[in-house]
Design a protein around this ligand. Structure first.
Ligand SMILES: C[S@@+](CC[C@H](N)C(=O)[O-])C[C@H]1O[C@@H](n2cnc3c(N)ncnc32)[C@H](O)[C@@H]1O
Length: 296
């Protein structure tokens, strides 16, 4: 699945290597690469590119589509924290008359965006303000950024999305929360929560996305809560989600052990217990979608 990885590696004084992607520096922890200068917890490397693409297809299958807001046929769409750009590139096919922009800290495009005349990547950091003028896009979408947004920054982040959407345009957010149901999955998510606390990130905050949207000036806010099954009890979707969750925890294993939140032994034993749980237990991941409109 992975096609392109465009980092530049350089030797560092005192040993080790660092990668630069445009303005972003990556640091290595236990063979994985992470963004050095932002709170975002997940890796930035080819393995993560594959996981994000896989996760995109899983979500599209589960949601039977790529968006929930009643957007009609917008002519301009922004995807904030676009990752590999899969979502935006599919929107470029669905809406050939629209200009689609994906914004992220680094470009991890997994297909050549040059082949899509109506899709563009722009480098930007949501926490520092999006690099777009007020009222630029008819629809603004942001999916799975909770591991990059400290709790106290959520109101500003939503105001930033609202700033760049046109009056009466839609802002849509989609986020997942802590997995629940069986001991090992809950332990792993507890450790993810402990890692997040060090950066003031709380995955649980996504349960009130709709309130956040209302409090920050969006109107006609609608929200949905779904439960993604994890494991055999969920059939195909459950197996896909289990693969995704396993890859997420392999991705934050290094930072969790490095921060002494769990020992290597405990972490690996819990990951094995999680894989056994998948066969018999009925764990789920709450998934929230909320969308709202900028007042006219
Ligand atoms: C879990 S991935 C989700 C990617 C994509 N939205 C999807 O659903 O496939 C989160 C993305 O947000 C990006 N990100 C994290 N913090 C960010 C920030 N402050 N500004 C812009 N992008 C950010 C990361 O680089 C990563 O690509």
């Amino acid at each position: 699945m992975f096609r392109r990885w465009r980092g530049r590696q350089s030797a560092q004084p005192g040993g080790g290597t660092a990668l630069r992607f445009g303005q972003s520096e990556l640091r290595s922890i236990a063979d994985r690469q992470y963004l050095a200068e932002v709170p975002y917890e997940l890796p930035k490397d080819p393995e993560e590119v594959n996981r994000l693409d896989f996760q995109h297809y899983m979500l599209r299958y589960m949601l039977r589509g790529n968006f929930a807001a009643p957007i009609g046929s917008p002519l301009s769409i922004l995807d904030v924290g676009c990752g590999t750009g899969r979502w935006g590139m599919e929107m470029a096919f669905i809406f050939p008359n629209a200009n689609i922009v994906g914004v992220d800290m680094v470009n991890q495009a997994s297909i050549r965006e040059e082949n899509l005349p109506n899709y563009t990547f722009v480098q930007g950091n949501l926490l520092e303000g999006l690099p777009f003028a007020n009222n630029t896009f008819e629809y603004v979408h942001q999916r799975l950024l909770v591991l990059g947004i400290p709790v106290d920054k959520w109101p500003n982040a939503i105001r930033e999305l609202k700033r760049v959407v046109v009056p009466r345009g839609w802002v849509e957010l989609a986020e997942a929360s802590y997995g629940i149901g069986a001991p090992a999955i809950e332990r792993l998510f507890y450790w993810m929560g402990a890692l997040g606390k060090l950066r003031n990130i709380d995955v649980g905050a996504v349960a009130s996305l709709d309130k956040l949207m209302r409090h920050n000036g969006l109107r006609n806010v609608h929200s949905h809560k779904l439960y993604i099954p994890v494991g055999e009890h969920g059939g195909r979707l459950g197996r896909w989600c289990a693969t995704d969750v396993l890859a997420i925890f392999k991705g934050i294993r290094g930072p969790i052990i490095g921060a002494q939140i769990a020992s290597e032994r405990d972490f690996d034993a819990t990951l094995t217990a999680f894989q056994n749980e998948l066969l018999t237990q009925r764990s789920v991941i709450p998934f929230y979608i909320a969308y709202g409109q900028k007042p006219g």
